[in-house]
Design a protein around this ligand. Structure first.
Ligand code: C2G
Length: 134
C-alpha cells in the first residue's frame, strides 16, 4: 500500500526550516503532497503580500526531489476536502500548529514535527532590512 503524506504552507522566502520539514514529512510515507498557500490566502493569513509570488513558490516546492505533487491551497477551511481529494493518509505540520488540526484525526493520522529553531521568513525579512545589508 502506498502511504500518502500531505502538508500545507506558504513557503515564502524558502529556507532550511522548510527543507527540514519537507524532508522529514517525506520520510513518513511514499508520496509527499504539498498545498502551497495562494497569494490572496497569504495576505489574509499574514496581513501582507508574500515576497515570492504564488507561481514561484509552487515552482520551488515542485523542484524538491522529496515532493511528488503540489497544489494551491486557496482557503484554510478546505483542509478536509484537500485531504480527501488527494487521498492523504497522514497530515504533517510543524509544531507551531500543534492541536490546530486534530479534528482531521477521523480521516487521517495527524503528526506535528518540531520546528527548526532560529529561522523563519519573518526573521529573514527583518535581517535583510537592516542597513548593513543595503
Ligand atoms: N517550519 C518549520 N521550521 C521553521 C519554519 C517553518 O518546521 N523554522 C514549518 C512550519 O511549521 C510549516 C511549514 O514549515 O509546517 C511551512 O511554514 P510556513 O511557510 O510558515 O507556512 P504557514 O504560514 O505556517 O502555513 O494551512 C496552514 C498554512 O498554510 C500553514
Amino acid at each position: 500500500m502506498t502511504i500518502k503524506v500531505i502538508t500545507f504552507g506558504t513557503f515564502d522566502v524558502f529556507h532550511v526550516g522548510h527543507v527540514n520539514l519537507l524532508q522529514r514529512a517525506a520520510k513518513l510515507g511514499d508520496e509527499l503532497i504539498v498545498g502551497v498557500s495562494s497569494d490572496p490566502l497569504n495576505r489574509q493569513k499574514k496581513g501582507r503580500a508574500p515576497v515570492y509570488s504564488q507561481q514561484d513558490r509552487l515552482r520551488i516546492i515542485a523542484a524538491m526531489s522529496d515532493v511528488t505533487r503540489v497544489f494551491v491551497e486557496d482557503c484554510l477551511t478546505l483542509k478536509r476536502r484537500y485531504i480527501k481529494e488527494h487521498g492523504a493518509d497522514i497530515l504533517v505540520m510543524g509544531d507551531d500548529w500543534r492541536g490546530k488540526f486534530d479534528e482531521f484525526n477521523d480521516i487521517c493520522e495527524v503528526i506535528y514535527l518540531p520546528r527548526t529553531p532560529s529561522i523563519s521568513t519573518t526573521e529573514i525579512i527583518e535581517v535583510v532590512r537592516q542597513p548593513e545589508f543595503c
